[in-house]
Design a binder for this molecule. Structure first.
Ligand code: GCW
Length: 613
């Protein structure tokens, strides 16, 4: 059962009186908050639809005037409250979102499990049906609204029975659930199964078949009659064995457009995932290179998608690895609406056992990706029914910061981290800074003790926690490092698989050229021998050893820092016990990876540290 520790709203009253609309919620939050403060502050809300989701806040003495559209008032109210909680004083504010759809994708199954979930079971499904505490869902609404997240996709993109029925037999439940989140400006989205017409008894799910088109239109009419503000459908098709248009010789555009046509009368969108590759690759096949796949499929379709289709692209071309270059699709599609997908669930980044604060990584993405290239964002949720909503109490930072990022991607990582810390913990300046540094450096530490220099995929297969350098090497997933006794990595330059050619010229040159390719991506783009000399004069093998020793030491230092922090008892106990597990994990990674490369290369550590034989 969820608690309230570790949450940035924990200083607010636990419950709110029932509200019908976002504007009413804004009123209820501000009334309760100002009453609690007891400083005689008052407020006035003025609805101004021209401001949309944006808002303006103007203080006149102790009276706070908020103007905003329907949900803008709510966001304005939360920003006033959070600002005061952070100790920023009575500030005038004006803000509007960069992206209209700021989505959270839950990978929740109806049996209550959560695919890649590390925070306990689903918050709303159990035993094949909806099963939730309405108060907790309303609290979830507050959390999401306060982070300005406005769409929640309820079910796993891998649609497992009976989740197909969310849009048929369970419409009443969907309607009731939507009603709980509506006052928080959160609209629902549902993942659908492309082969649904077949389970409904139709002979085909071919998107060009007239009967299939009628089926989806009628279905959309029924769904939107119950949930008129449903945001749309999310679709994983022709990906990892999910059904899709390819089975009928149709393109992804034909598949997506057929659904888009069905939802367009309801102002719905179809969010179509671009996570498509050959998941049955023969490891002997060195020509096929998985990161090339999505671009090859979708680049030729640029301009073919209907206006209400959004192509949702993972940040990197592989799959949420610790270090990947930005997906070239995000940089090259010019006539397609794009959503950037990131993963808050720490599937490959420590599973909410190891600390991994994401804002620094997101900054690097937006350093390369012009924010105007995309029209929306999605994040795979890290929420669950555990005592700490995000497993690790500090992992709540990633949810909070994601909302800030999707609202305004220019927000500085240090600001997001600092704000979350100030909202969540009462610390003196020194301790606060020390916690901020711990969080800000966590990604760097994790990267050092895991797979080196952009190599990826040295994880334990399937569970994806802990080291296993050979685990995916002879498997079907297109995830190889091809380390031998001389060299490691894959040549993805024009001479190699050609992946680097998918980038715009300047980036292509940057990555292709060994003099300019950033160190941390060297082995993503190049195959190098162990004695290759890096820009700083170290050999490649020495750099691998150094990183792994340093990564482990960094975690030891993090554990020391954590021990000294005066955090609330529950948070501290949980964070410390997870830190012990992280230390063991880091040690395991350090030794397995160092031994693996030592055995292959026969090269000893120049600094004589212990590498197990
Ligand atoms: O990385 C893979 C995950 C799958 C996930 C898939 C996807 C939901 O291991 O668990 O399936 O990505 O993003 O569709």
């Amino acid at each position: 059962m969820n608690g309230f520790d570790g949450l940035w709203l924990k200083k607010l009253q636990r419950t709110l009186p029932p509200c019908e609309t976002p504007a009413e919620t804004a009123k209820a939050e501000l009334s309760a908050f100002f009453a609690d403060r007891g400083l005689g502050e008052t407020f006035a809300l003025a609805e101004d639809e021209a401001l949309g989701e944006g808002y303006r806040v103007c203080w006149e003495g102790a009276c706070c005037r908020v103007a905003g559209g329907h949900t803008g008032l709510l966001y304005g109210a939360y920003d006033v409250i959070l600002g005061l909680l952070k100790g920023e004083g009575r500030q005038d504010l004006a803000s509007a979102p960069q992206y209209p759809l700021r989505m959270l994708n839950a990978w929740d199954n109806m049996d209550g499990s959560v695919e890649r979930g590390y925070s306990g079971r689903s918050l709303w499904f159990e035993g094949g049906r909806f099963d939730y505490d309405p108060e907790r869902i309303r609290y979830l609404g507050r959390l999401l609204a306060s982070a300005h997240i406005n769409v929640l996709c309820l079910n796993n993109v891998n649609v497992h029975a009976p989740a197909q029925e969310l849009v048929s037999g369970m419409l009443g439940d969907l309607k009731a659930f939507a009603a709980l989140l509506r006052p928080f400006g959160v609209r629902l989205m549902v993942s659908i199964d492309f082969s649904l017409p077949l389970s409904a008894g139709l002979p085909t799910a071919d998107p060009l078949d007239a009967g299939v088109r009628e089926f989806w239109k009628a279905l959309a009419d029924r769904v939107w009659a119950e949930v008129p503000d449903l945001a749309g459908f999310l679709v994983k098709a022709d990906s990892e064995h999910r059904p899709g248009p390819n089975a009928y010789g149709r393109t992804h555009a034909e598949g997506a457009n057929m659904l888009a046509e069905a939802v367009v009368p309801h102002q719905g969108v179809v969010v179509w995932r671009a996570f498509v590759y050959d998941c049955m690759q023969d490891w002997r096949d060195a020509q096929t290179d998985r990161p090339c796949a999505a671009y090859k499929i979708y680049q030729p379709l640029d301009g073919d998608f209907r206006d209400n289709v959004i192509l949702q692209v993972k940040n990197g071309p592989y799959d949420f690895q610790v270090r990947e270059p930005v997906s070239p699709l995000l940089l090259s599609l010019k006539k397609t609406h794009l959503a950037l997908e990131v993963q808050l669930a720490q599937e490959y980044t420590g599973q909410q056992i190891d600390l991994y604060a994401m804002p620094p990584m997101w900054r690097e993405i937006f350093d390369v990706l012009p924010k105007e290239n995309i029209c929306s964002m999605a994040a795979v949720s890290n929420l669950g029914r555990g005592y700490f909503w995000t497993g690790h109490p500090f992992a709540a930072l990633n949810l909070y910061a994601y909302g800030r990022l999707a609202w305004q991607p220019d927000t500085e990582p240090g600001r997001m981290i600092g704000d979350w810390v100030r909202l969540t913990y009462d610390l003196n300046v020194e301790d606060r800074e020390s916690l901020c540094r711990l969080l800000a450096g966590s990604r760097n530490a994790y990267e050092k003790y895991t797979a080196p220099l952009g190599l990826c995929w040295m994880v334990v297969p399937h569970t994806h926690y802990g080291p296993c350098p050979g685990g995916y090497e002879f498997d079907l997933w297109g995830t190889y490092h091809r380390a031998d006794r001389n060299a490691v990595g894959i040549d993805r330059t024009g001479e190699g698989t050609g992946y680097a050619l998918q980038y715009p010229e300047k980036l292509h040159e940057l990555y292709e050229n060994l003099d300019t390719c950033p160190d941390e991506m060297l082995l993503f783009f190049h195959r190098l021998s162990y004695d290759w000399v890096m820009r700083d004069g170290r050999t490649l093998i020495q750099r691998i050893y150094d990183d792994h020793f340093e990564g482990y030491e960094a975690v030891r230092a993090m554990a020391e820092t954590l021990r000294a922090l005066p955090l609330p008892e529950n948070d501290k106990a949980e964070a410390e016990s997870r830190m012990q597990r992280q230390l063991r994990n880091a040690r395991e990674w350090r030794d397995v990876i160092n031994t693996f490369f030592h055995r292959l290369s026969g090269v000893s550590d120049a600094r004589g540290r212990r590498i197990y034989p």
